[in-house]
Design a protein around this ligand. Structure first.
Ligand code: FEO
Ligand code: CA
Ligand code: CA
Ligand code: CA
Length: 626
């Protein structure tokens, strides 16, 4: 008696043509406006955004950060016209952030520049309100907050208070400064936001000889010569507070972990829980859910009296998909408590982490990553790693040890709210060559276009069923590439963001990384896009193969196309489904400075593009998509 979506549900817009114009394109009858681009002040502590790039590090601490990514709308009193937008600021465009790009003096980055970069990263909560059809930031609201790569945060779960996270800043291993490279997001049934630490490892450096670097660092590819932005080179500046820059160099130099920053990176790589409704709350890193390049998180539809499950992809070529199952069973009254982070502790600090192994026959199994789980050689994870602490620190290594299935870059996961199928975007993997080989859920060599896999967990079991929902492809590709028969109206590549609204419409957001070149046949013809589709249930399909419901094939429609070179990411509806928020990340020129109309190109000025949220609405104010 699995419930199914309303069979009368259909998409109420025509598929857009491809676009390579430098503005957002929306269907007829829709409008789109720019909301809170980077540098937008949250309060009077920040000066207005300066077109010359001269804002200070303190301005950025009180403004929207850069490279907007995952996002969620939290209503105030259930409202669809006033709420809190929790949002990730994934990374930075250094050229646009500073007047003339980043500088280095005698091999050192200037402290003020580094602080500005640190403050442009992280996440934020913004109070927003709709008036006369347009959303605006409620400046100076008590809810407005920034979380940066320097904000004090709490460590929770099995790693809290362990030797692995002791630093000079936190000799008892309970605190860390900052969250880094926050990519996709999640939210919880109890009203909190989850921000996912993805490419955090690149901000650190360990210069110790290879043989001396811990396996967990090697597996995460922490750099050995310098950090991504060379923040560590500002160490020793006269204004430096408690190793605020030195901590990015994790080379052991002192007598123990209280004397150097060897453990600093061990407090990164997690899902971080934020209570947007409580401006005094401390962001909390939930270490039980594993340490890797967390793309995002989503939960299985909760069932009273049963454990909760959270899914998270590890976005790197040949990495894995994880599931965390809580020890506590779901009590629906926990959805309405005001001590939300205590509820988070109840469900996210104790439980079991699993990793996915896909069978060739459409079956699959979640493999536990606990002390007693056995590896491929018959030894336990405890014998191999020594402790749960070490297993979690090197989650990827533990997943290798048990024989998980290497995937084509797992990005977002999303649960269908009606039938409970879980979808994952596998964005692409051009390194899947003949030597690496294919496997059942990743069947194409040189997978430049990506695909979407879905599974359905069997109740009270570690087993699941799975199939491939759709293959990305250009319309003109050979049949063994264009396995879902995509056409000019719905060709896409590099699926990344995912949303499924309460009606059962799925929204697919693409990231072709086209600022680095248009490296697949779809990106040669169009900017990144959003597509919509009404998926059938997994049980309706025939198993492995191009399983997108043939009856719905024509309903995979292009809904939105973004500006030149930008990724489309972040996806949040208001409860009335009349406003949808999406993010434009790493544009190269957009938006126009003289209008908030997101469809407009920026005439001439190619100096300071602004990543931004865009709000899409219907001009007549009715619900989106239908
Ligand atoms: Fe930051 Fe995997 O996208
Ligand atoms: Ca992503
Ligand atoms: Ca991506
Ligand atoms: Ca990105």
């Amino acid at each position: 008696d699995t419930p199914t979506p309303d069979p009368k549900l259909t998409l109420g817009f025509q598929s857009l043509p491809v676009s390579m114009t430098d503005g957002c394109v929306v269907p007829a009858g829709y409008i789109a406006h720019v909301l809170a681009p980077w540098g937008t002040p949250f309060d009077d502590n920040a000066a207005p955004w300066d077109r010359g790039g001269n804002n200070s590090s303190n301005d950025l601490l009180h403004s929207a950060g850069m490279h907007h990514d995952g996002m969620h709308y939290f209503p105030l009193e259930g409202s669809s016209t006033e709420g809190l937008l929790a949002i990730n600021y994934e990374y930075i465009d250094e050229k646009a952030l500073h007047p003339n790009g980043p500088t280095t003096v005698d091999g050192k980055r200037p402290a003020e520049e580094v602080r500005k970069e640190i403050n442009a990263h992280g996440a934020g909560v913004i109070h927003i309100r709709k008036a006369d059809g347009k959303w605006n930031v409620v400046k100076n609201s008590r809810y407005n907050r920034r979380f940066t790569s320097a904000t004090p945060m709490s460590l929770a779960g099995p790693l809290r208070g362990t030797a692995s996270v002791i630093t000079p800043y936190s000799p008892n291993g309970t605190l860390v400064r900052g969250t880094n490279n926050n990519c996709g997001n999640g939210f919880t049934p109890w009203g909190t936001y989850l921000t996912a630490e993805e490419n955090w490892y690149a901000c650190f450096v360990n210069k110790a000889p290879a043989a001396d670097r811990p396996k967990s660092q090697v597996r995460m590819e922490i750099p050995s010569t310098s950090g991504r932005y060379k923040w560590e080179t500002a160490a020793g500046d006269a204004t430096e507070v408690q190793g605020e820059f030195a901590r990015f160099d994790i080379t052991p130099t002192g007598a123990d972990a209280t004397q150097d920053w060897r453990n600093e990176a061990n407090a990164f790589g997690y899902l971080v829980e934020i209570d947007p409704y409580d401006p005094t709350s401390i962001a909390t890193k939930r270490t039980a859910l594993g340490r890797f390049s967390h793309e995002g998180a989503n939960y299985a539809n909760p069932v009273a009296g049963k454990p909760l499950a959270f899914y998270s992809g590890d976005d790197k070529r040949f990495e894995y998909i994880y599931r965390f199952v809580s020890e506590a069973v779901w009590d629906p009254s926990d959805a309405n408590r005001t001590n939300r982070l205590a509820v988070g502790a109840k469900y996210m600090d104790k439980g079991t982490l699993y990793v996915a192994r896909f069978g060739a026959d459409g079956s699959g199994e979640w493999l536990p990553l606990n002390e007693s789980a056995k590896g491929k050689d018959g030894r336990t994870l405890l014998e191999e790693f020594g402790s749960l602490e070490a297993i979690l620190l090197n989650t990827r290594g533990a997943a290798d040890f048990v024989g998980a299935t290497p995937m084509d870059r797992p990005e977002w996961t999303m649960t269908h709210p009606v039938n409970g199928d879980v979808y994952v975007t596998l964005t692409n993997n051009t390194s899947r060559n003949a030597a690496a080989g294919t496997n059942a859920p990743n069947p194409r060599l040189n997978n430049a276009n990506g695909h979407i896999v879905r599974w359905h967990d069997e109740p009270n079991s570690n087993k699941f069923r799975w199939d491939i929902f759709v293959f990305g492809s250009s319309a003109g590709a050979a049949a063994d590439v264009n396995r879902s028969g995509l056409t000019a109206a719905n060709q896409f590549a590099s699926p990344d963001g995912l949303g499924i609204d309460p009606r059962g419409i799925m929204w697919i957001l693409t990231d072709n990384g086209i600022d680095g070149g248009r490296n697949n046949d779809v990106a040669k013809t169009t900017n990144d896009q959003i597509l919509a589709v009404i998926p059938g249930a997994l049980a309706d399909s025939t198993g492995v193969g191009p399983a997108i419901n043939k009856d719905n094939q024509s309903d995979l429609r292009r809904f939105f196309v973004g500006p030149n070179e930008a990724e489309i990411t972040g996806f949040a509806f208001t409860p009335d489904l009349k406003s949808v928020f999406v993010n434009i990340q790493h544009p190269v020129n957009w938006p126009a400075y003289d209008t908030e109309d997101a469809t407009k190109a920026n005439a001439g000025d190619k100096v300071r593009p602004r990543s931004s949220t865009v709000v899409i609405q219907k001009a007549d104010g009715s619900a989106i998509g239908v």
